[in-house]
Design a protein around this ligand. Structure first.
Ligand SMILES: C[S@@+](CC[C@H](N)C(=O)[O-])C[C@H]1O[C@@H](n2cnc3c(N)ncnc32)[C@H](O)[C@@H]1O
Length: 229
């Protein structure tokens, strides 16, 4: 990882450490509870693959991992995140296998997992290309990747949504967490993250095949799936 990347990683880890104890509450309030439905949808997609092993990257406070555990009770599930305070919240949710690890340098052998999931995490990583390569390395042949993340809706929703994202959300989040900068950063990161077909192209250019996306809530979030090529 370049120096810029390591500065970004340090900054992202510090953001999440600051908001860890209020992360779940703020998520549910600012998304009006839709984040819960999006993770349930992600878990439903993974259940259809019937995997024996799942790695949930950037697992954070563990909400997607919990949904996956319920949807795939027989699968060996590991949650990994590089922010210890976020994992502390996840540990309170009876998740067994939680590992402090950087998604860009995973402590797992190649082809260790049949499914890799990442919800609202890839966008925050210092190098999307390196992260996708590392996910590919730990995926078994033909393994499935699932990415859930924010996107931008199409007009006419785009203007009001941008107003909410840049002008309303940071103030609300600051009132709820006492930390505005983490949510200013959220809006900027969503603006620069590849959306829809652009993300599918990126996946196909980085060693994945069958890349597809499902817009959620008019494109405010999206679910991407692909297989290891
Ligand atoms: C917005 S939270 C998402 C948490 C959870 N997946 C969810 O659905 O709520 C983003 C998480 O990504 C983690 N993260 C960001 N970059 C990471 C990296 N390079 N390696 C591991 N975790 C990372 C952060 O520590 C944070 O816990």
């Amino acid at each position: 990882m370049a120096l810029d990347g390591s500065i970004q990683a340090t900054r992202v880890r510090a953001y999440f450490a600051k908001i860890a104890s209020r992360y779940d509450l703020v998520n549910h309030l600012l998304s009006a509870g839709f984040d819960v439905l999006w993770r349930l949808r992600a878990a439903e997609v993974v259940r259809a693959w019937a995997p024996k092993s799942i790695l949930d990257l950037a697992t954070g406070s563990g909400d997607l991992a919990c949904s996956l555990q319920r949807a795939c009770p027989k699968a060996f599930l590991v949650g990994a995140d590089f922010c210890e305070p976020m994992l502390r919240v996840a540990r309170g949710k009876r998740l067994a296998n939680l590992v402090v690890a950087d998604a860009l340098q995973l402590p797992f052998a190649r082809e260790s997992f049949e499914v890799v999931t990442v919800a609202f995490g890839l966008r925050n990583m210092a190098s999307w290309t390196e992260a996708l390569a590392e996910m590919r390395r730990v995926l078994s042949a033909d393994g499935h990747l699932l990415i859930l993340d924010f996107g931008l809706p199409k007009p006419p929703l785009l203007r009001p949504y941008r107003f909410y994202l840049h002008h309303v959300l940071p103030g609300l989040a600051a009132a709820l967490t006492g930390h505005r900068s983490a949510y200013d950063y959220l809006a900027d990161s969503i603006e620069s993250f590849p959306n829809g077909a652009a993300m599918c192209e990126r996946l196909e250019a980085n060693g994945y095949t069958e890349a597809r996306y499902e817009p959620l809530l008019g494109g405010i979030a999206a679910l991407y799936t692909a297989r290891r090529a």
